[in-house]
Ligand binder design. Structure first.
Ligand code: FE
Ligand code: FE
Ligand code: FE
Length: 166
């Protein structure tokens, strides 16, 4: 776009930007999860992270399908929100000297990530329907369901195991 125009003019532009935002975010999450797996002491938490890493790879594949449906090349747009959430997780992890407290912090950090994803996928489902991209709406909805299930699973693990142990 030229000097005198802004890049995002239409809902189609905003939709594509939001797709690129979550594509970038999922890639950062794919990189962050192995580090969280390394830091986790609880087997249950580690297994939950491992399962979600596999799910995340599938979610990235789904985003490729969305780009293909829209006839766009997969491209990420820097997401300052996910960068900030991951940065905060790294910083707090460095400051924690107790393995059980670290597990509680890792679960909380992971839930912050899930909640960001839930807002984005919720919006993308709504906008897909609004713009007539029905199949994209289905793909986003499948991922939204996985993020919500992961969030609930982390709540369950944290409240039943990690928090009482810390
Ligand atoms: Fe995800
Ligand atoms: Fe973002
Ligand atoms: Fe997720």
């Amino acid at each position: 776009m030229g000097l005198f125009s802004k890049d995002i003019q239409s809902m189609d532009d905003l939709y594509l930007h939001t797709l690129e935002d979550i594509y970038y975010a999922e890639q950062q999450i794919e990189k962050a999860l192995p580090k969280m797996i390394d830091k986790a002491s609880s087997d249950t938490l580690r297994q939950a992270f491992e399962a979600h890493l596999q799910e995340t790879k599938g979610q990235i594949e789904r985003l490729h399908q969305v780009f293909a449906r829209l006839n766009k090349d997969p491209k990420g747009a820097t997401c300052p929100a996910i960068d900030g959430i991951i940065k905060e997780a790294n910083e707090i992890s460095k400051d924690i000297g107790d393995a059980q407290v670290l597990d509680a912090a890792l679960a909380a950090a992971a839930q912050a990530v899930e909640h960001y994803e839930i807002t984005r996928y919720g919006t993308l489902v709504a906008w897909s329907k609004q713009l007539g991209h029905t199949q994209c709406a289905d793909l986003f909805q499948q991922t939204l369901d996985e993020e919500q299930t992961t969030d609930r699973k982390l709540t369950e693990i944290a409240t039943s195991r990690l928090n009482p142990a810390a």
